[in-house]
Design a protein around this ligand. Structure first.
Ligand code: NI
Length: 138
């Protein structure tokens, strides 16, 4: 085993509380153990999915008032024409927009597109749900 390395993580108290209760429910006795498992699961999932063709749905909730965010969301989609099947925009309320983007392509590309959308400032929530295209599954 490689040398253990310690690193610090900053996150807001509320999120940490929720994380602690979620890992307690799963029977973890330490945060380190839970975080190690999360990292491993993420790395494996990414590797496994990278080249497979998938369909997916990206759900994006973002701040309608944040300057240029709408443009950035649209710009990113224009740069990924091959992966974007369809987009639906819903004005949730005075302050919030929901964008549902149906995507199709190599899982790695889809994942990176979702990551980029998630990283835009003013995006409150971004989820990616991937599914099979159905071919090769009987
Ligand atoms: Ni809107």
């Amino acid at each position: 085993m490689d040398k253990l390395v310690r690193f610090g993580v900053s996150l807001d108290g509320k999120l940490l509380k929720r994380f602690d209760s979620a890992i307690r429910e799963r029977g973890y006795t330490s945060r380190s153990e839970a975080i190690r498992d999360l990292i491993r699961a993420d790395l494996v999932a990414r590797q496994w999915e990278k080249s497979k063709e998938v369909v997916g749905v990206v759900m994006l909730v973002y701040d309608h008032h944040r300057r240029q965010l709408q443009e950035a969301v649209t710009e990113l989609q224009h740069r990924h024409l091959e992966e974007i099947v369809s987009t639906q925009h819903v004005h949730l309320d005075h302050d919030n927009c929901l964008e549902v983007v149906i995507v199709r392509g190599a899982a790695g590309k889809i994942g990176r597109l979702a990551d980029r959308l998630k990283a835009l400032r003013g995006v409150k929530h971004c989820s990616l749900s991937m599914s099979t295209t159905g071919s090769g599954i009987s």
